[in-house]
Design a protein around this ligand. Structure first.
Ligand SMILES: Cc1cc2nc3c(=O)[nH]c(=O)nc-3n(C[C@H](O)[C@H](O)[C@H](O)COP(=O)(O)OP(=O)(O)OC[C@H]3O[C@@H](n4cnc5c(N)ncnc54)[C@H](O)[C@@H]3O)c2cc1C
Length: 477
């Protein structure tokens, strides 16, 4: 997120000084590391959590269209950076990987058929295919059919224009380009405090991460707190009133991974199932081809869990330390309002390895436990916020929190995540630099031609934009 914001600002205002502080030994070792997230270029092409079924049986596609629009904004910015030579080789971070939905059981098949009908003519979902035929599905995803009961009703959708993104590689490339443009990146340095001085500048307290040696503070006119799970704590330290009432609920995750080349060679897709009733949106199971450093692996999960840490490398007291008088009520209310989630997490924690492996077998019936090993994913800190009616709610999206004067902003929450980093950081610009936006607009539309408009409103422009960015990013089909 920070690398994205820095890149946007450097393009818009090359005369500004940008400094980035990272507590670990390198950037992108937390959520943005490729093995800590699922690497989906989330465009809601096949992730079923974005298309819920309404009470009347129709399918709501609004969230899916919104996420897709957001992803197209990211694609346009990345394409611009590739075309202008700022990002050298798109294959280092993005790979064309068909996305699929796969369901079993009569009611789920009916749901998927209706979802397909609702999306197939939308310009951003062009090319979506549907099948209930085992042979066709096998040709799309060879691992998923052998070993399955012939009597089981199944259905799948497929879209060839899906992507797998290595957000770690992308963060590195963006940061390298930032440094080439004059920005300064300091690793192994922890930002410990944020204080507003009388002259209006923010003073950042710093110390080395290892050894804890205090370092001279730095001052800044504008601060972006892109600290992932630690953004909540730093924003609380800044004392801005806009952070009052916000809390966080950490959810940890695990994936099963295989690097067996024979297995990997038989699954060139990212396949999303339907989350169990009552489970949270991030628990949608998926069997994914991952491409990291040019090598393929398969990943299945996520299996949710609970850890009070707010970062994978965080502390056991993170959750406790985030409690303030102003967020106790929202946190308790959100907890009581989400007992289903608590029950789901306890169920996941208590699930035996065989039970977890059985979930993989629903996708890949002939999976062999010998091929698979567990990896721990990144921490998600879900946003808890005040709510007039319910006192407190748990939300699964992201939230940009900015001070009224726009001198500081931070990002809370996780989903849809890194795929939508560009539109989220445009929100930061809009909230924090309203006075500059008019002057920046020509440059913004040069980089992101659809800026301020919706591609869905113009099918011809949508098709043109999809084709153009696919060419630039080397993901045309
Ligand atoms: C299991 C899982 C699966 C996901 N799958 C996807 C997916 O498929 N597609 C997708 O688009 N998104 C996905 N996401 C979300 C995505 O990973 C995140 O939205 C994104 O990586 C967040 O980037 P960030 O820069 O905000 O945070 P991070 O990448 O976590 O970076 C924050 C950085 O701040 C540093 N830091 C923290 N505190 C301090 C401090 N005080 N001083 C200095 N440095 C500090 C940390 O060390 C870290 O490097 C997933 C997330 C998880 C956990």
């Amino acid at each position: 997120m920070s690398a994205t914001l820095g890149s946007l600002l450097q393009q818009l205002q090359p005369d500004w000084n940008i400094q980035l502080f990272e507590r670990l030994g390198d950037i992108a070792l937390e959520s943005s590391n490729p093995w800590n997230n699922a690497g989906t270029g989330h465009a809601a092409l096949c992730e079923l959590n974005y298309t819920p079924e309404r009470a009347d049986g129709t399918i709501a596609i609004e969230s899916a269209v919104k996420v897709n629009e957001q992803f197209q904004v990211s694609r346009q910015f990345w394409s611009y950076l590739v075309d202008s030579g700022a990002l050298p080789d798109p294959s280092a971070f993005i790979t064309a990987t068909p996305h699929m939905s796969f369901v079993w059981g009569e009611s789920n098949v009916e749901y998927l058929r209706k979802r397909y009908e609702a999306l197939k003519d939308h310009p951003l979902f062009a090319g979506l295919e549907y099948s209930e035929d085992a042979r066709t599905i096998r040709s799309w995803a060879p691992l998923m059919i052998p070993g399955r009961k012939k009597s089981q009703p199944i259905a799948a959708t497929r879209i060839a224009s899906g992507t797998d993104v290595d957000f770690g590689a992308l963060s590195h490339l963006l940061t390298k380009n930032l440094v080439a443009g004059g920005a300064k990146v300091t690793t192994e340095v922890l930002v410990t405090s944020l204080k507003r001085q009388k002259d209006g500048l923010w003073k950042l307290g710093l110390r080395t991460d290892i050894g804890g040696t205090p370092l001279p503070p730095v001052t800044a006119r504008f601060v972006f707190v892109g600290a992932g799970g630690y953004a909540l704590g730093l924003l609380q330290k800044s004392g801005i009133k806009e952070i009052r009432g916000f809390g966080g609920f950490p959810v940890s995750g695990e994936f099963l991974r295989t690097d067996n080349p024979d297995v990997v060679a038989r699954h060139a897709a990212k396949v999303y199932g339907k989350a169990a009733v009552g489970s949270p949106p991030m628990s949608v199971p998926h069997l994914d081809l991952r491409v990291v450093d040019g090598t393929g692996s398969l990943m299945f999960g996520p299996y949710a869990g609970f850890s009070p840490r707010f970062l994978k490398t965080g502390s056991l007291v993170d959750l406790f330390a985030s409690i303030r008088w102003h967020n106790i009520v929202p946190m308790v209310a959100a907890g009581l309002g989400n007992l289903g989630l608590v029950k789901y997490l306890i169920g996941q924690l208590l699930a035996r390895p065989e039970t977890k492996f059985a979930e993989l077998k629903q996708f890949y019936p002939e999976a062999d436990p010998k091929d698979w090993y567990r990896i721990t994913a990144g921490q998600r800190v879900q946003v808890i916020k005040k709510d007039k009616k319910k006192l407190g709610v748990l939300q699964f999206g992201t939230e940009v929190v900015a001070s009224a004067d726009g001198s500081i902003a931070g990002l809370l929450g996780a989903s849809p995540g890194a795929s939508t980093a560009v539109p989220i950081m445009l929100t930061v610009l809009e909230k924090c630099f309203p006075g500059q936006l008019e002057a920046w607009k020509p440059r913004l539309t040069e980089m992101i031609p659809s800026y301020g408009t919706a591609l869905s409103d113009d099918p011809a422009v949508a098709a043109q934009t999809l084709a153009r960015t696919a060419r630039s990013l080397g993901i045309q089909n």
